[in-house]
Design a protein around this ligand. Structure first.
Ligand SMILES: Cc1cc2nc3c(=O)[nH]c(=O)nc-3n(C[C@H](O)[C@H](O)[C@H](O)COP(=O)(O)O)c2cc1C
Length: 319
């Protein structure tokens, strides 16, 4: 199925972004049940066997919804296509075996994987942080790109979303998913106004009942503002946004972190683990006040999106 055809099955143009140690089949199926594309990262599972189990649970969960007469959104899986990922081949084989409808590829060049995914009828959307990344991904035949702007949770881009969208639109008229800092249905409409086809929301979904995030991280998100997010490439080697209170709790000296040269990683702190104890989130934290179920959150996003659309239509008509 073409990417356009898959996207036409969504109730609103939103993908729940894949998140390491946060996403799981329950969150994914709940989002799909509301007509919003859910996803999880292959490497978020401990082993190939667990990944296969997640694929079966998600496929069956979505199928069950169809059998009940619902029109669920298709689901997606994030695959790290960089040569440094030792699970790449095995995980790709499982995506092929279970005909994962949408593969969200990240890092490296999707190259050969794109052909194999297209062969079973899947589509590929590749994660990019600048125009050059987008150019390379499009050359390898991907169906669309995810423009990760500054302020996103996890490994982030650094470019302002307006600037990034405009640069990508100079070279690509096809599907663009915009990521970074969005938490509301109005934000989704704003992303479309900026030229994006879809919005990619991660951080907002950390604070849901189904998410696998530690309870402490969910509470920290509710209590945080954008100024509590610390950008650094020196925690795990890639540019990422970290939650300052979790850095402090792990004993990280912020002055040392601030002055560590790019390419250097600060020494690990006793038993504290990056991602597990040192938490990541995007600038959107300041607009997150609760920990609803995924279904409640999806319904809220849809209502906000429709209200924003109606209010804009009204404003334009009055001009
Ligand atoms: C806790 C967390 C874990 C993440 N893990 C992954 C991952 O495993 N793979 C991936 O492609 N992106 C990952 N991301 C990035 C998201 O997919 C997405 O780009 C980002 O969350 C969008 O920005 P937002 O958080 O401001 O909504 C992660 C983000 C967060 C917050």
């Amino acid at each position: 199925m073409s990417l356009q055809a898959l996207l036409s099955q969504l109730e609103i143009p939103v993908i729940v972004a894949p998140m390491f140690l946060v996403s799981n089949p329950e969150l994914t199926i709940a989002a799909c049940s509301e007509g919003i594309m859910g996803s999880f990262p292959a490497h978020g599972t401990r082993s190939r066997e667990v990944f296969e189990d997640w694929l079966i649970r998600t496929r069956d969960g979505v199928q069950r919804l169809r059998d009940q007469g619902a029109r669920p959104a298709p689901f997606a899986v994030n695959l790290v296509v960089h040569a440094s990922n030792p699970r790449m081949e095995g995980d790709l084989e499982l995506c092929i075996k279970y005909r994962v409808p949408v593969v969200l590829s990240s890092k490296g060049a999707p190259g050969e994987a794109v052909k194999r995914i297209h062969d079973y009828g899947g589509v590929v959307i590749h994660d990019v942080a600048n125009q050059r990344h987008a150019e390379k991904a499009l050359e390898s035949g991907v169906d669309g790109v995810i423009a990760v702007a500054g302020g996103a949770g996890g490994h982030t881009g650094t470019i302002n979303p307006f600037a990034l969208m405009n640069e990508i639109r100079r070279i690509h008229s096809g599907i663009v998913v915009l990521a970074g800092g969005m938490t509301t249905g109005r934000d989704v409409l704003a992303a479309q106004a900026m030229g994006a086809d879809l919005a990619y929301l991660g951080t907002r979904f950390i604070a849901t009942r189904e998410s696998d995030a530690a309870e402490g991280q969910k509470q920290m998100i509710v209590a945080s503002k954008a100024t509590d997010i610390f950008f650094s490439a020196s925690i795990d080697g890639a540019p990422a946004n970290w939650m300052t209170p979790s850095l402090i709790a792990a004993g990280v000296d912020l002055d040392v972190l601030r002055t560590t040269l790019p390419g250097k990683i600060i020494s690990s702190h006793e038993s504290k683990k990056r991602w597990k104890d040192i938490w990541t989130a995007g600038h959107g934290v300041g607009n997150i006040d609760d920990i609803p179920t995924t279904v409640e959150l999806c319904r809220r996003l849809k209502a906000e999106y429709r209200a924003a659309k109606a209010s804009f239509a009204g404003a334009l008509a009055a001009e």
